[in-house]
Design a protein around this ligand. Structure first.
Ligand code: HEM
Length: 179
């Protein structure tokens, strides 16, 4: 009899749900911040600051999730074939990696950008910049951040779609992580 838990713990379920909402919110803010014209400077500035703030929250939350993930046993993926289990574990590992890398790339992009515009957490806590503005670095970091962000979104959508499919096939994966 395995001593793996039946489902993820309450903190892990909550962090998973908040993480999903924050990533979608940060993405929506990224599209708004770029689309807003310079004539609406205050709205554009606020969208940038909120994008960076929620993006940094994703980083903090992911570190907390990893803390739980590395110190508690995961529920067994019973009901799935060994190959599907392995693919699921790999998918989760890549998602965790992107949830760390995307905000870090964003943080570096914000520093390498011309100006630079200060980074704050919700306009209250100043976030230090470790790099000076660097146009060559920015020209590389910005598209890398953007491509990594969209890879995260596509992989997260596939992750959710597959979980739903397993659920509809009678495998209780959704019950382990939601609710
Ligand atoms: C999961 C978290 C994040 C996601 C999904 C995300 C997503 C994106 C996307 C999709 C873009 C490109 C927008 C476009 O051109 O259409 C972008 C740009 C950018 N992001 Fe993020 N981002 C995240 C976290 C962060 C963080 C933590 C920071 C900084 C602390 C940040 C700073 C930036 C900057 C500076 C740009 C470039 C803006 C510009 O030069 O116009 N991002 N982000």
């Amino acid at each position: 009899m395995s001593d793996a838990p039946e489902r993820w713990s309450l903190p892990q379920r909550r962090l998973h749900a908040w993480g999903a909402v924050l990533v979608v919110l940060t993405l929506a803010l990224s599209l708004a911040m770029v689309a807003l014209p310079m004539s609406q400077l205050l709205a554009k500035f606020l969208a940038y600051q909120l994008h960076k703030s929620f993006g940094l929250l994703v980083l903090i939350l992911t570190l907390a999730r990893l803390g739980f993930r590395l110190t508690r046993r995961a529920p067994e993926l019973t009901g799935l074939s060994p190959r599907t289990r392995q693919a699921a574990r790999w998918g989760q590992a890549v998602l965790y990696t992107l949830l760390l890398v995307v905000p870090l790339l964003g943080y570096l992009t914000a520093q390498a950008a011309a100006g630079p515009v200060p980074t704050t957490l919700f306009l209250v806590i100043p976030v230090p910049h470790l790099l000076d503005p660097d146009p060559a670095l920015y020209a590389w970091l910005r598209p890398t951040h953007q491509i990594a962000a969209w890879s995260l979104i596509v992989l997260a959508a596939a992750h959710a779609g597959l979980a739903l499919r397993h659920h509809l096939q009678g495998v209780p994966v959704l019950g382990r992580i939601w609710g």
